[in-house]
Design a protein around this ligand. Structure first.
Ligand SMILES: C[S@@+](CC[C@H](N)C(=O)[O-])C[C@H]1O[C@@H](n2cnc3c(N)ncnc32)[C@H](O)[C@@H]1O
Length: 207
């Protein structure tokens, strides 16, 4: 089954550099939240990794890191970046919902992929997939657009801004995960592009 996402032409957008969601640096809360919940040396999957900026940062902090993205162009570029920086991490092209990696990860990091799914059925499928890729007691760290942004609702509709309510988020994750933390944060720092309000969620897979 195909679930509707905010964009369907990801690879084309990367090719044209039409990627307004890509920040210049790693997400500001990344290292603190990782260190709080996940032991260095653990395995981390960054799903929907784009140019791999966060994947590379995670690897730099002593985690065994894999980045997955549906866009070939993004993954090629991510591999080049890691190579240039002398950082070891693994990158794979895959539609995450069909990702067939046999490995179970200690942590899945997802900044901005869950929220590209337009409705609850796609988001719940995504959550099931995250759970299936996690080891026992594994942790999902999620950063998603927050519906408390002061957006004009007409703009949200017109531009497909990805926004999720706390109620929606809890409905997606609670059956499969214990909610360790859910709080408001900033998605990124580029003015007018990524400096919107987001949710940071830390969810631990239930037994
Ligand atoms: C909003 S961007 C977030 C990129 C990156 N995680 C970040 O923090 O900037 C969403 C990313 O998910 C990727 N993506 C979209 N649908 C996907 C899917 N079904 N499976 C894997 N990656 C997907 C896109 O190519 C894009 O890189």
């Amino acid at each position: 089954m195909k679930y509707e996402q905010h964009s369907s032409n990801w690879n084309e957008r990367f090719k044209k550099n039409d990627v307004p969601w890509e920040d210049t640096g790693p997400w500001s809360g990344l290292v603190d939240v990782l260190k709080q919940y996940v032991e260095p040396g653990s395995t981390v999957l960054d799903t929907g990794c784009g140019f791999g900026v966060n994947t590379i940062e995670i690897a730099k902090h002593g985690y065994h890191t894999t980045g997955v993205d549906i866009s070939q162009h993004a993954i090629k570029s991510a591999k080049e970046r890691a190579h240039q920086q002398g950082v070891e991490c693994c990158f794979e092209v895959s539609d995450f919902l069909n990702y067939s990696g046999v490995r179970r990860f200690d942590c899945v990091f997802d900044r901005g992929l869950l929220h590209t799914f337009c409705d609850q059925s796609g988001r719940k499928q995504f959550a099931r997939k995250v759970a299936s890729q996690l080891a026992t007691n594994g942790v999902w760290i999620n950063v998603s657009g927050n519906s408390d942004n002061p957006d004009d609702p007409a703009d949200v509709k017109k531009h497909n801004y990805p926004r999720i309510t706390a109620t929606e988020l809890v409905g997606i994750v609670e059956p499969l995960f214990e909610i360790k933390e859910l709080r408001s944060c900033m998605y990124g720092s580029i003015q007018g592009l990524t400096d919107f309000r987001a949710w940071l969620g830390v969810f631990q897979k239930r037994d």
